[in-house]
Design a protein around this ligand. Structure first.
Ligand SMILES: Nc1ncnc2c1ncn2[C@@H]1O[C@H](COP(=O)(O)OP(=O)(O)O)[C@@H](O)[C@H]1O
Ligand SMILES: O=P(O)(O)OC[C@H]1O[C@](O)(COP(=O)(O)O)[C@@H](O)[C@@H]1O
Ligand SMILES: [Mg+2]
Length: 365
């Protein structure tokens, strides 16, 4: 067994699920046990399990067969922020700091350090717990790929593959019916899924949150294609896209959530406007949570596995308060503070955007 700074560790998955979570958990368990002789405990449903003391030991037997499985065997949630936890007082719901319960539960189980697998929200909580004295290491997850301290989050490649397959399928029906097809994909503040799937699937129009669109320019593009004798068009729109001077289209609010807004509906808005401006029959597909489900791609399985092993290595070396990340071809690590800094948006003058423009793809501006 190799030398290690900690012997009993916890692991949790937080925020929206992403394909590859189970691959991280498996790599954490195998590396911790085989390489360092550690004991691993898994908390259920994100920070909720840490607060409510819902925990179980994870052995190698518990992770058999989970590498290709979507979701997370530990469960996850967008709620249960220990520093802003809802409790009912009389007739009122108030938000209180229950983080002390986490320290009690960790001490009950003799846990010396915790691996937090999550996006900006979960990692922000991880950082706050670290600042309060908990030994934490982070792993970057999200299909949106919007964390700036890593070249890529796991989950993105699978979501991108799902979106690309959807565009391929929409192409054949669009072509047969001479229709305009609008595909709405996820991406709250960052348009990575829309831009990358639009490029991979050969879309004609790609609308991302970073570039507010003018619907007249989108309609002109569709009309120009008709004049080129192209009888169908594909528009990919990120759920967070908005028109110039307009607002994002909100589907609903999930109260108790730090960012309560759930987006959705911009695809319909774009489709109705395009149909009335061009007179062309238009249909909408909202890909939704299909993008978050299913088996991770080989790329995501490998990235998730490298992250899981990397996180355990950091704990063993006593490098706490850090997040594993991908830099070029290498797994490195950065302080948690850096990990939750700025959002990783599509650079509007970046190479991918330029390539799209050079291909004649309309970005709505
Ligand atoms: N900026 C933030 N600072 C602190 N807590 C946050 C922040 N954003 C979200 N949270 C909390 O983090 C948890 C997970 O956030 P969420 O955005 O759903 O997932 P993710 O970890 O993927 O970003 C929720 O409990 C939420 O209330
Ligand atoms: O599952 P919910 O609560 O509807 O949330 C949907 C949101 O979660 C995501 O799928 C992923 O976001 P996170 O990684 O921050 O959880 C977004 O693309 C989408 O806007
Ligand atoms: Mg988030």
């Amino acid at each position: 067994m190799n030398k290690t700074a900690v012997r009993r560790i916890g692991v949790l998955t937080g925020g929206g699920d992403a394909p590859g979570l189970n691959a991280v958990i498996r790599a954490v368990v195998k590396t911790a046990i085989r390489e360092y002789g550690m004991t691993v405990l898994g908390f259920e449903n994100g920070f909720g399990g840490l607060i409510k003391n819902q925990v179980r030991e994870l052995t190698e037997n518990n992770v058999v067969g989970i590498l290709p499985r979507g979701g997370t065997i530990l469960g996850t949630t967008n709620r249960d922020n220990p520093f802003h936890y809802p409790v009912v007082r009389g007739n009122e719901k108030v938000f209180v700091d229950v983080s002390d319960r986490i320290f009690e539960n960790v001490s009950i189980h003799g846990i010396e350090a915790v691996i937090v697998i999550g996006g900006d929200g979960s990692l922000a909580i991880g950082k706050e717990l670290y600042d309060k004295g908990l030994k934490v290491v982070g792993v970057p997850k999200t299909i949106d790929n919007d964390l700036s301290a890593t070249d890529q989050t796991f989950g993105f490649d699978t979501a991108l593959t799902t979106a690309t397959e959807a565009i391929d399928k929409l192409h054949t029906t669009a072509e047969s019916h001479h229709r305009v097809m609008v595909l709405e994909v996820m991406g709250r503040y960052a348009g990575w899924i829309a831009l990358a799937s639009g490029l991979a699937g050969g879309a004609d129009v790609i609308l991302v949150p970073e570039i507010p669109y003018n619907i007249d320019i989108v309609a002109e593009k569709i009309n120009a294609r008709s004049q080129e004798k192209k009888k169908f068009s594909i528009i990919v729109v990120a759920e967070g896209a908005k028109s110039i001077g307009g607002e994002m289209v909100v589907n609903k609010r999930v109260e108790d959530s730090f960012d309560p807004v759930r987006l959705g509906g911009v695809g319909n808005v774009v489709a109705q406007q395009v149909e009335s401006l061009t007179g062309k029959e238009t249909r909408v597909t909202v890909l939704g949570h299909l993008q978050r489900g299913g088996s991770p791609t080989a790329f995501d399985r490998i990235l998730a596995t490298r992250y899981g092993t990397g996180a355990v290595n950091l704990l063993a070396e006593g490098k706490f308060g850090r997040m594993v990340c991908l830099k070029g071809q290498n797994i490195e690590d950065v302080p948690l503070g850096e990990a939750i800094g700025e959002l990783h948006n599509v650079p509007i003058n970046g190479e991918l955007v330029k390539v799209a423009r050079q291909l004649g793809i309309c970005l709505g501006d």
